[in-house]
Design a protein around this ligand. Structure first.
Ligand SMILES: NC(=O)c1ccc[n+]([C@@H]2O[C@H](COP(=O)([O-])OP(=O)(O)OC[C@H]3O[C@@H](n4cnc5c(N)ncnc54)[C@H](O)[C@@H]3O)[C@@H](O)[C@H]2O)c1
Length: 323
């Protein structure tokens, strides 16, 4: 049995669906602070908070849980700077509660949702796993603290972990029944799709004088189903290997803000009203991953790497949910 924390959220719900398709039993553990019960389409659902160590220990023992996929966290960079207590409490203190419960119940395997935010300002592009980890916000710091903690727990308590550093998760399950629904939404693709649906008047492009071919920021978008597939590989790895695994998960190709807007226009056949805005503080010109290491070691390859395909899957869901 696999416990999926945050399984009612955007990425976790895709994970739970994929586990079901692979015939693996799962329990979603989510407090629904930012998730949606109806997005959990497979396995069992238990409403609970990570701070409830006793409940977690009962679940681990009662359901013979063998591994944890830990998606539950708060993940808004701006909010983490305004309300750092929330982030240290939920992402770090609750992470400690989860690891404690695992140790107590003898659950020794965890796949952790880390983030490109652990790197901070890029010193080279593409960014590989050896890029210096120097987060520039509280959110990235909380992810790095968790990674460091798990490294020590690996040495001392034999915890087996894989930490997957996602770049920008995007797209939706190709069948269109689950997808991204964050409140507030801060991710570019759903915001542009909102503009396509008329739920938003226009899209503000923050800065058009960056050192990139079209002057707008370049980011690495990775399809949410490709992310979920990497977790299946990670579970297989943890069955066999003791050593820590830390890998980037990105597309390896960057797309600019204007590339994304044009892809939405192609896919939806609608024109997106665009407004030029000032640069935002702390936005690097480019953030692009090298995912060569996970490809080499585990054979992982993104299946939905094309930006139009990513947007098509997101559009199918977005129209159904919000149209
Ligand atoms: N979305 C991205 O682009 C991205 C990029 C890098 C890393 N990540 C990481 O991936 C993970 C999933 O991201 P997402 O976009 O699906 O986020 P999300 O907000 O959609 O999902 C998180 C889920 O965790 C639940 N949760 C939060 N705190 C909890 C707690 N204390 N107890 C129980 N449940 C709790 C929420 O209700 C929600 O359902 C996060 O750890 C995030 O930091 C996401």
């Amino acid at each position: 049995m696999i416990l999926v924390t945050g399984g009612a959220g955007y990425i976790g719900s895709h994970m739970v669906k994929l586990l079901g398709e692979k015939g693996r039993d799962s329990i979603t553990f989510d407090n629904l602070s930012r998730g949606h019960r109806e997005m959990v389409t497979s396995g069992k659902f238990i409403k609970g908070d990570l701070s409830d160590t006793d409940l977690l220990v009962d679940i681990f023992r009662g359901y013979h849980v063998t591994a944890v996929l830990h998606f539950a966290a708060d993940s808004l960079v701006g909010e983490s700077e305004e309300d750092p207590r929330r982030y240290y409490r939920n992402n770090v203190a609750n992470g400690i509660h989860l690891l404690d419960a695992m140790m107590e119940a003898g659950v020794k395997k965890i796949v952790f949702s880390s983030s490109a935010a652990v790197y901070g300002e890029p010193v080279r592009i593409p960014m590989d796993e050896d890029h210096p980890a120097a987060p520039v916000n509280v959110y990235g710091t909380t992810k790095l603290i968790m990674e460091n903690m798990m490294k020590k727990y690996n040495e001392v308590y034999g915890l087996r972990f894989a930490s997957l550093r996602y770049f920008n998760a995007a797209g939706a399950d190709p069948d269109g029944f689950i997808g991204e629904d964050h409140d507030p939404e801060t991710h570019l693709i759903p915001l542009v799709l909102d503009a396509a649906l008329g739920r938003r008047k226009e899209i503000t492009v923050f800065g058009s004088d960056y050192d990139t071919p079209d002057g707008t920021c370049i980011r690495d978008y990775i399809h949410v189903t490709d992310l979920a597939e990497a977790h299946i590989l990670a579970l297989g790895h943890l069955e066999k290997e003791r050593g820590p695994a830390v890998y980037n998960l990105g597309n390896g190709r960057g797309f600019s803000v204007l590339d994304v807007i044009k892809a939405v226009e192609r896919v939806t056949g609608r024109t997106i009203p665009v407004r030029a805005g000032e640069r935002r503080k702390g936005d690097p010109a480019r953030l692009v991953a090298s995912s060569e290491r996970i490809t080499r070691d585990w054979g992982w390859q993104p299946r939905y790497a094309d930006i139009d395909v990513i947007v098509e899957t997101a559009w199918k869901w977005h129209r159904r949910r919000f149209g």
